[in-house]
Design a protein around this ligand. Structure first.
Ligand code: NI
Ligand code: MN
Length: 227
């Protein structure tokens, strides 16, 4: 399995000939190395409905006939835009897909999508994702604050690799994310959701330096981890 980071909250997992893409914000993401017409996802997994996470989902799902895994509200919203192939899930629920298992976890954040005319469509609860593939568990926290039940998530699901937001302003900052890493008990931690916009500018190495030695890894866009 090959797991790669592509700027902001974009994570790609390649397993058994299938490509999973999490929060595919490509157009408008100044940090990403991906191109919408080059990446060919079989599955798209979404943490929540903000534009910097839904990103290019509609185009990618349509062009690749990808299955979109998201909350029911987002699945319905995408259905209105011609994305028929959606699997709705909700917090606390898990489902066994062909590639492996996905469990949706809580996240403390908001969700809504601006559709113009000063209208915001509410898109349900934000989530985190626990993905178990080839015997390894990967946690993508989505956008969230620090919360105490990260301990519960870590106790119930030994985490091999965690992607945690460190940008601050919209999510946890580096100090809270370092505490989150401890609560989760994740073996390896990769910082995400920073430097895309001026208000979330951070030094990811400083975050890694707050973690026990060898636990944190900074992945630049395009870098990957082989599991
Ligand atoms: Ni968000
Ligand atoms: Mn975000």
């Amino acid at each position: 399995m090959l797991i790669s980071y592509h700027g902001h909250a974009v994570v790609k997992i390649e397993t058994n000939g299938k490509t999973l893409l999490i929060d595919p914000f490509i157009t408008g993401n100044s940090l990403t190395d991906l191109k919408v017409d080059e990446v060919k996802p079989d599955y798209i997994l979404l943490t929540h409905g903000h534009a910097d996470h839904i990103g290019d989902t509609v185009q990618l799902a349509r062009e690749n006939n990808a299955l979109v895994i998201a909350t029911p509200e987002i699945a319905t919203f995408l259905g209105w835009q011609g994305v028929e192939n959606c699997h709705g899930m909700n917090i606390g629920g898990s489902y066994e897909f062909e590639f492996g298992k996905v469990k949706m976890t809580q996240a403390f954040h908001s969700t809504g999508y601006e559709i113009g005319n000063k209208e915001i469509i509410y898109l349900g609860m934000p989530a985190g994702l626990l993905i178990t593939i080839e015997g390894k568990t990967i946690y993508h926290a989505g956008d969230t604050s620090l919360f105490g039940d990260m301990k519960l998530i870590g106790d119930r699901h030994p985490i091999d690799l965690a992607f945690l937001p460190i940008g601050d302003n919209f999510t946890m900052g580096p100090e809270d994310a370092a505490y989150a890493a401890e609560l989760l008990g994740a073996k390896t931690v990769v910082p995400i959701h920073y430097n895309t916009f001026p208000v979330i500018k951070q030094d990811p190495q400083k975050f890694v330096d707050m973690l026990p030695e060898g636990k944190g890894i900074v992945l630049n866009p395009g870098d990957s981890i082989e599991f």
